[in-house]
Design a protein around this ligand. Structure first.
Ligand SMILES: *Cc1c(COP(=O)(O)O)cnc(C)c1O
Length: 453
């Protein structure tokens, strides 16, 4: 094809009768522009009509779409952390496609609270007096501090001045809430006596924050939960506990020994406990605050509540997830829990099958033992033994890009110039789709010139 052979935008667009006029013109113009560029660069120009149709499909496709997480990081923040259980997905679909009983009272038909039901579930599951749900755990922190300690001192150990991923820096959040940060102890050692000494007329809260994503070893000490609770009772100052992940079950049998369990904080007597909904709890993005009824009431009444409250989709997903805990089905049905418990031997078996299929497509694919991580701001050295399909290819970045651009994108992890596909976070019903993302190996080696349209 030469420049002279390029069709006019009008001519090409009229051949796209299945599209609206505006879209047909837009993609025809883009396809012709691309072809002109290719001619200038001395490249071969492909079928313009096919290219225009491909562009139209890409435009109609949502940019936020389902992806396959073969990174081995179970709660990958960039890939949306926890995935929902089937019953939670169904609950979301039901209230998304119709009206919902969000703020109605079944008995009176009058206005009810969108939070009553969830609060009851959290009371049953954790023993807390009351609960309230907000947008995420960062919001829970801001709300708790603003509602309870605004204009007052918040005492926090220097060992817990944490930064969680994505610019959540606790000292800055405290300032934003209108409270004043009072640091006590040292980086590595803080005792309950340090808290005692810092207490004054103006103290609004004793705060503890779980150092989710790092750990100190060696000459370290921190005030025990029980000591903080006792000091709070004795001085009548609320004790707030940001536990991060919101584990409702015990994960220590899987080597995850640093994760505070919600029920333990409540039972120990923390006045207010808060955590994420989409980390180890395995639900939707949310922040949950629970504890003393009077303190939860202050949070609910605060003007920020309206800005931080969750929508009906979140509440539907959270309620369905909590019901799985309530009915003893959490380990079987909540994907995050199933993946943590997933047997390494089963993962290895599935990897071998997938490797054979990839070999048939021409890939150099083998299977190796590796480790998965929980992720989502938890400790990187808390690892779960796992297996991965290991792909060696000359054009590895091109292959990884192709996989990211697939209809259902696949995310693996590159390690020592090899692409690893850890199947711990990949469910069985995703394997077929994962395989489909792989073009025949030869096409990748050719630099992706095969068209593929
Ligand atoms: C993850 C985490 C947060 C932030 O939670 P989001 O739900 O991401 O807002 C806050 N504090 C701790 C201790 C955490 O682990």
């Amino acid at each position: 094809m030469t420049f002279r052979d390029l069709p006019s935008v009008e001519k090409l667009s009229t051949q796209l009768s299945e599209l609206t006029h505006e879209l047909a013109v837009a993609v025809a113009r883009q396809a012709i522009d691309e072809a002109r560029e290719q001619l200038r660069a001395g490249e071969v120009v492909g079928d313009l009509l096919a290219r225009a149709r491909e562009l139209a499909t890409a435009m109609g496709r949502s940019q936020l779409r389902r992806a396959i997480n073969a990174t081995g990081v179970l709660l990958h923040t960039n890939l949306g952390r926890a995935t929902l259980a089937p019953s939670a997905v169904a609950a979301v679909a039901a209230v998304a496609s119709g009206h919902a009983t969000l703020e109605v009272d079944e008995d009176t038909g009058g206005r009810g609270s969108r939070q009553t039901l969830i609060a009851q579930l959290f009371r049953d599951l954790t023993g807390a007096e009351d609960a309230v749900v907000v947008n995420n755990n960062a919001a829970a922190t801001v709300l708790a501090l603003a509602a309870i300690a605004c204009g007052k001192d918040v005492i926090l150990s220097r060992g817990e001045l944490v930064e969680i991923g994505g610019h959540f820096r606790l000292p800055e959040v405290i300032v934003q809430s209108g409270a004043r940060l009072v640091e006590v102890g040292t980086t590595n050692r803080t005792r309950i006596a340090d808290f005692e000494k810092a207490i004054s007329e103006n103290t609004g809260m004793l705060l503890r924050c779980h150092p989710s994503n790092f750990r100190m070893v060696g000459f370290t000490e921190s005030a025990a939960l029980e000591e903080l609770v006792a000091l709070a009772k004795q001085t009548n100052i609320p004790f707030g506990d940001d536990i991060g992940s919101g584990a409702l079950v015990d994960f220590s049998p899987f080597g995850l020994t640093d994760e505070p369990q919600v029920q333990k904080s409540v039972a120990a007597g923390a006045d207010l406990v808060w955590f994420s909904g989409d980390k180890l709890l395995g639900g939707p993005q949310a922040g949950i605050l629970l504890g003393r009824k009077d303190l939860i009431a202050l949070c609910k009444q605060h003007p920020l509540m309206r800005a931080l409250r969750p929508d009906k989709l979140t509440l539907a997903a959270l309620e369905a997830t909590l019901r799985l805990y309530q009915t003893g089905r959490a380990w079987d049905e909540i994907p995050t829990l199933r993946r943590i418990r997933r047997d390494d031997a089963e993962i290895a078996r599935r990897c071998r099958v997938l490797a054979r299929k990839l070999q048939k497509l021409g890939y150099d694919a083998t299977v190796e033992a590796t480790f998965s991580q929980v992720g989502g701001g938890s400790l990187p050295d808390r690892r779960l033994p796992s297996h991965a399909v290991v792909i060696r290819a000359e054009n590895l970045p091109a292959l990884a890009r192709k996989l990211r651009q697939a209809t259902t994108p696949v995310y693996g992890r590159i390690e020592k110039d090899r692409l690893l596909l850890d199947l711990r976070a990949v469910d069985k019903d995703e394997e077929e789709t994962l395989l489909h993302a792989f073009p025949p190996a030869q096409r990748v080696l050719d630099g992706g010139q095969g068209g593929g349209a």
